[in-house]
Design a protein around this ligand. Structure first.
Ligand code: 9WN
Length: 414
């Protein structure tokens, strides 16, 4: 970590908390009030992680509030709308109130996002000062987490043990070049030409088929096995196994088996010297290296040769080695790389944080220290922006972005 006077860290921590307080609605945290004025699933998991050491009750409430939007299928929606305004597409496009499996008391989207929540629950349990409060929270969240994990198994479009995303929005990395080829294969003439036309068209298809898992699995034209989504699922399966034995007092084995199944499928289906997304409908890997390809590094049991290859790719001039402010979200030398466009180049605090976890798990101390120091440098210089230019650190997207603030708190708390 950078040698910094403690006063800097204290000021940065206060600024991060002020952002989270300003974005707090009383029951959950908006990612950013102007642009994202509702509750997002992945964002809430990161917020809970960031608050875990400071405020166990609020960290737990963040996740419990998200679960009020959970569907009877176990699906945790990517957006829970706490009012009807301010974001497109909003409740009138998703129409969750017309779906029998959706909850009656909440309006939600009909898609999901990476299942980081069990890991966030475990993080709260591990870091809470008030152990009793944390244990009570875990027991309350447990049925929702179990249902979420069961739901993900129903999304195995490829039939080999991975969950397939049905929309770029489900990845949390919306504009990533990993979706370019599957989006290009959508039926021309019916879905428009631009990416955003296609996003909308895909969402309408999901809605018009009742968001049924069988439709997602068998018919929906976009089905992609993403290494980041599945790496996060694997991480959460490990967390479920630990929570099962440490807190809930149930058999951890089903979750250990699930982790092993996902690990095997990641290696069989997505590994080709690096991890790539697989377009299930075209049955081929999408040949572009993105930040998503490092997701499986989060697994403590990934084979050593795989971790060594990923580490050397990450440190090479394709990613960290040529960026002053790592980690770029797409390989710098790929034709698709764009230093300013969402998920096609900029560095994000969330993926930096996940990679710093991966480095810690594999004992890669120098890499971890570099990631922590460069991430803190980004927010010190640019503020809690949504993402950052990987060459000069300029902030992009909205300001006072919750997960950037929350994960800064965690990094400062170590
Ligand atoms: C669509 C809220 C979300 C994040 C995603 C990020 C972006 C939404 C958008 O914002 O996605 O869900 O409007 O682009 O890509 O990771 O959860 O912060």
């Amino acid at each position: 970590m950078e040698g910094r006077p403690a006063v800097d860290d204290a000021a940065l921590g206060r600024a991060a908390l002020a952002v989270l307080d300003a974005n707090w609605t009383g029951t959950s945290t908006m990612p950013a009030p102007g642009i994202y004025p509702h509750q997002w699933s992945l964002d809430s998991a990161f917020v809970a992680i960031g608050l875990a050491r400071r405020d166990t009750a609020r960290a737990g409430q963040e996740l419990l509030s998200l679960f009020t939007g959970q569907w009877r299928t176990g699906m945790v929606p990517h957006i829970v709308f706490h009012h009807s305004d301010g974001y497109f597409p909003g409740p009138s496009m998703w129409r969750s109130e017309e779906v029998p499996d959706a909850p009656r008391g909440a309006l939600t989207s009909g898609l999901t996002q990476p299942p980081l929540h069990a890991y966030a629950a475990w993080w709260i349990w591990r870091h809470a000062a008030d152990r009793e409060l944390a244990a009570r929270f875990v027991r309350r969240a447990w049925p929702s987490l179990v249902a979420q994990h069961a739901y993900l198994r129903s999304r195995d479009a490829g039939g080999h043990g991975l969950a397939a995303i049905a929309h770029p929005w489900e990845s949390g990395m919306d504009d990533s070049p990993a979706w370019d080829a599957p989006l290009a294969n959508l039926p021309a003439g019916r879905c428009g030409t631009g990416y955003h036309d296609r996003y909308f068209w895909l969402a309408v298809q999901c809605r018009d088929h009742g968001y049924a898992p069988s439709y997602f699995r068998e018919e929906h034209p976009f089905a992609v096995e993403d290494p980041m989504f599945n790496g996060i699922w694997l991480l959460s399966c490990d967390a479920m196994a630990r929570l099962a034995s440490e807190v809930v007092g149930v058999d951890p084995e089903p979750f250990q088996e699930a982790a092993a199944r996902i690990r095997g499928a990641l290696l069989d289906r997505l590994w080709n010297g690096a991890f790539y997304a697989r377009d299930v409908r075209a049955d081929r890997l999408v040949p572009v290296c993105t930040i998503g390809g490092f997701g499986p590094m989060l697994d403590p049991e990934m084979p050593h040769h795989v971790i060594a290859a990923l580490t050397s790719l990450l440190e090479s001039t394709k990613f960290m080695g040529a960026a002053g402010y790592p980690v770029p979200s797409c390989e710098i030398r790929a034709p698709e790389f764009d230093r300013a466009q969402y998920w096609r180049g900029p560095s994000w605090i969330s993926t930096n944080w996940l990679l710093s976890q991966a480095a810690a798990v594999h004992g890669l101390d120098r890499l971890r220290e570099l990631l922590v120091a460069s991430t803190l440098r980004l927010v010190r210089q640019g503020g809690f922006r949504e993402c950052f230019d990987p060459f000069d650190g300029t902030g992009h997207g909205c300001r006072d972005f919750s997960w950037s603030a929350a994960l800064t708190l965690d990094l400062l708390g170590r």
